[in-house]
Design a protein around this ligand. Structure first.
Ligand code: FCB
Length: 444
């Protein structure tokens, strides 16, 4: 058995568009995900987040579920189009929802960890270029200002941005996430502006608001491995790492973009003048912690027909329903590398979890041994890393609920709590009972 010390935080995580529903209520306007979901062929079976887990109406009941789990902390995100339904128009009713949620959490001794952006950009902002436009910095600053004005002091920690790689590259380069564009130049600009918005928001909190509420960013990181020792496969691995990890880690922790990737990107983009003097200083502003979402390793091989000469290779690892390799020891290698090459900041695992095709039994049970084992292995990996002094200070299971899994709609269930989307009933899965025990006993 491995122990977690008293200071270690256990939590669960969700995001606004994936659970809230209430899409047209409280003055909210469309986000890019409403638009994307309504576009035929973009999301599995035309699913959308219009109702999702109906959390907008059921948040009180949902807080009781979190309480029953016994976790100290709950990570959720705020829907920007609830707060600014139109450009420059602040909506108090949208803010009131988050105030009420935070109040409910605090009344139940659960610490709110708030993500300010988890992909639901207001459609009005996208209509003017979205993250690819430098105007996004002004829009985000106005939003962040209101959020801090109203909520700082009530929340335990702030996360500025969730997974800029997904928001920028899945959204603007690969086109599989909203807004569904396939344009490398837009993607690079979006990535840059998202990172800048992070730095700018940290400064806003620390300098303008003089606040000491901890603040950081969350990246999705994937440790890449080469399918063989061949020189070409090593190149593939380096490029995959550059595209997914270093393009974000380097500016945040070193204040520069990796030069090998600038070379590769310049095949698609000729003008990098969107990176302006002072930007990298802002992006690399010191934070209080570093958030990581970890799901899987990546195995790649050389492929001349693909972007950056790399493509996924066959892997014989055991997989989750997403076809993602279960790879807790590669997770450990990733953390050790971050400690060596990038940062001493406390690391919080802000997401980790697995999708499996769950079945609700007649007596309303969900036996999910694979998910339980996935969570157990990663928690064990964390406890071992902490024995090595790696300073991981918290862990948030993704996800509290089955929810709208982006382009996969409701087809993929990541929750430790099952949601019957016909009745909106919630049922704790075996993995939730397991997690509850880990949290109570502080050992795994
Ligand atoms: C992450 C996202 C989260 C969820 C999980 C499975 O990339 O942050 O919203 O979709 O993957």
């Amino acid at each position: 058995m491995k122990k977690f010390d008293k200071a270690f935080t256990f939590g669960t995580a969700t995001s606004s568009y994936q659970i809230e529903g209430g899409a047209t209520e409280g003055g909210r306007t469309d986000s890019i995900w409403d638009t994307f979901s309504a576009t035929p062929g973009k999301v599995f079976q035309g699913d959308h987040g219009g109702i999702a887990c109906d959390h907008y109406h059921r948040y009180r009941e949902d807080v009781q579920i979190i309480k029953k789990l016994g976790v100290e902390s709950y990570r959720f995100s705020m829907a920007w189009p609830r707060i600014f339904p139109e450009e420059g128009v602040y909506n108090q009713e949208g803010m009131a929802f988050y105030k009420a949620l935070i109040q409910e959490l605090k009344a139940n001794d659960i610490k709110p960890v708030v993500t300010m952006y988890h992909w639901d950009l207001p459609q009005w902002a996208q209509d003017q270029g979205g993250w690819a436009s430098r105007k996004s910095l002004k829009w985000f600053s106005e939003y962040a200002h209101k959020v801090f004005e109203e909520l700082d002091g009530l929340v335990d920690s702030w996360i500025t941005q969730n997974e800029p790689w997904c928001a920028a590259f899945l959204g603007y380069h690969q086109g599989v996430h909203a807004p569904g564009h396939r344009n490398m130049e837009e993607a690079l600009k979006a990535a840059h502006h998202i990172l800048l918005s992070h730095g700018q928001t940290v400064k806003l909190l620390k300098e303008t608001f003089q606040s000491d509420t901890p603040i950081g960013i969350t990246l999705n990181l994937t440790p890449f491995y080469a399918a063989s020792d061949s020189y070409n496969d090593q190149i593939a691995k380096n490029n995959a790492d550059g595209y997914t990890n270093r393009w974000f880690l380097d500016p945040i922790f070193r204040g520069s973009y990796p030069s090998d990737m600038i070379n590769l990107f310049s095949k698609y983009v000729h003008d990098f003048s969107f990176v302006q003097p002072g930007d990298l200083e802002t992006i690399s502003v010191p934070c209080d912690f570093f958030g990581i979402n970890y799901y899987s390793r990546g195995l790649v091989e050389f492929n001349g027909a693909h972007d950056f000469l790399q493509a996924a290779a066959y892997s014989d690892y055991e997989k989750t329903e997403m076809h993602w390799d279960i790879s807790p020891s590669e997770f450990q290698e990733l953390i050790r590398r971050l400690r060596q090459e990038y940062t001493d900041l406390p690391i919080i695992i802000t997401e980790n979890g697995a999708a499996y095709p769950d079945q609700l039994t007649e007596d309303k049970q969900i036996h999910d041994p694979e998910r339980t084992s996935y969570i157990q292995k990663h928690l064990q990996a964390i406890a071992e890393l902490n024995e090595e002094g790696m300073n991981i200070s918290g862990y948030f299971v993704w996800s509290l609920f089955d929810n709208f899994e982006w382009a996969f709609g409701y087809d993929k269930r990541f929750g430790i709590v099952y949601v019957d989307f016909d009745t909106q009933e919630r049922f704790m899965k075996d993995s939730a009972h397991f997690y509850r025990k880990v949290v109570r006993e502080r050992e795994v």
